[in-house]
Design a protein around this ligand. Structure first.
Ligand SMILES: Cc1cc2nc3c(=O)[nH]c(=O)nc-3n(C[C@H](O)[C@H](O)[C@H](O)COP(=O)(O)O)c2cc1C
Length: 389
């Protein structure tokens, strides 16, 4: 009797693109670029996941403007040279049959910090790093917390320029060869900071009620969709909640995801938190540190499930999904369409082909790259024979 292919290894077609499976490398900042240009590190890093059978491979958060970088080492797409630097990476990933994807971002008031391995603090006199800080921007003049700089509140025309910058970077992403684009509207960065009532205290048309706070992101989604070809999928990553009690709520996210879907966003990538900054520098809200969703296996899956059921969009679940059976169960139960994986793929870039083996989906090592597959068959034969061959 033929066994059904596990859902994790069934292809998924979104618009004109067929993902070979449902394993996704979640965006991972490497803080290793110069002048926003991807380099050999990024090639080596991202190509490993494609060789490991990861169906959709995302770049790190890639800034649409220089001041939208988190650190001096973040990649960008505000110049054509940066698109040219990404092109060999996108070409290599496509050559393996996997799908190259770009995450477009602006770090807003959480920009201008040091790399996490040096403490991740805001650049400036109190930073151990001597790198030059730059002026950050946000919806309102509210710093992330103590020792953080006060962001410049964006004017209406500056917001318009940034909408154009997202669209221009999307155009460059296409030229670079990416097949999927994601708008980063999570983790307290610029677009999220406009959504959240904790950080957006404007009283113009980009603030106030939920519709006003959503306006910037929805304009970005429309502008990106307008330049991103109809046959290519568009994702948006959101923080589905700020914290369990306060700020942006899951009900807000259902409303947002519905509006994003109406503007041609195909997949909502469901993360959470980040508005209050890194744990060590968390600001007080209402006199106490903002809680965040308790971390544990699959802790953000309920957000993906709720949006999938109520907002009419596809969703990606992410966050401490480490085990192939766990991933398969999430898909089987209809809680998400895609499985995003970050740290577990850093730990093991071959996670996808190993997961296929664990789920019985690849008895002949056919999902491995040709150059490795035949040798993996030999390896299995040797193991099965007790090492006697
Ligand atoms: C080193 C590192 C860098 C990250 N960079 C990004 C990023 O550029 N954009 C983003 O949206 N999330 C980023 N994240 C969050 C991950 O994409 C992912 O959502 C998170 O790690 C939870 O998934 P995991 O438990 O599988 O690691 C980063 C996480 C790590 C560990």
């Amino acid at each position: 009797m033929a066994t059904e292919t596990p859902l994790l290894f069934q292809p998924l077609t979104i618009r004109g693109i067929t993902l070979p499976n449902r394993v996704v490398l979640s965006p991972l900042c490497m803080y290793s670029a110069r002048d926003g240009l991807a380099n050999d590190w990024h090639f080596s890093h991202l190509s490993a996941f494609a060789r490991g059978g990861t169906g959709l491979v995302f770049t790190e958060a890639t800034a649409v403007r220089p001041e939208g970088r988190i650190t001096h080492g973040c990649c960008g797409l505000w110049t054509d040279a940066q698109a040219e630097a990404y092109a060999p990476i996108a070409t290599f990933i496509s050559g393996t049959g996997m799908i190259p994807a770009v995450q477009l971002a602006h770090a807003g008031r959480k920009a201008s910090v040091a790399e996490p391995w040096t403490g991740g603090k805001p650049l400036g006199p109190k930073s151990p790093s001597d790198a030059e800080p730059w002026q950050t921007v946000g919806p309102s003049a509210l710093p992330v917390g103590e020792d953080w700089p006060t962001p410049h509140p964006l004017s209406t025309s500056e917001i318009g320029d940034l909408v154009d910058a997202f669209a221009a970077s999307a155009r460059r992403s296409l030229a670079a060869g990416f097949k999927v684009a994601e708008i980063h509207a999570a983790h307290g960065y610029l677009l999220h900071s406009f959504l959240s009532p904790l950080t957006n205290q404007r009283n113009d048309s980009y603030g106030g009620d939920r519709a006003g706070r959503m306006r910037f992101l929805l304009e970005v989604a429309e502008a990106v969709r307008a330049v991103w070809p109809d046959e290519l999928p568009l994702f948006c990553r959101i923080s589905a909640i700020d914290g369990p009690q306060e700020g942006w709520s899951i009900e807000d996210s259902v409303a947002l995801a519905t509006e994003l879907g109406a503007r041609g966003v195909d997949v909502v990538d469901c993360s959470s938190g980040g508005i209050a900054g890194p744990p060590a520098y968390r600001a007080d809200y209402a006199g106490k540190p903002l809680d965040r969703a308790p971390r544990g296996p699959g802790f953000q899956v309920p957000f993906a499930e709720r949006l999938r059921a109520e907002a009419g969009v596809k969703t990606m679940a992410v966050g401490v999904i480490t085990d192939p059976h766990q991933a398969e169960e999430i898909l089987q139960q209809g809680r998400a369409d895609l499985i995003g994986i970050g740290r577990e793929l850093m730990y093991n870039p071959f996670w996808a082909v190993h997961a296929a083996e664990a789920l019985g989906a690849d008895p002949d090592c056919a999902l491995w790259e040709t150059q490795y597959g035949w040798a993996m068959v030999r390896r299995s034969e040797i193991a099965a024979s007790g090492g006697k061959r």
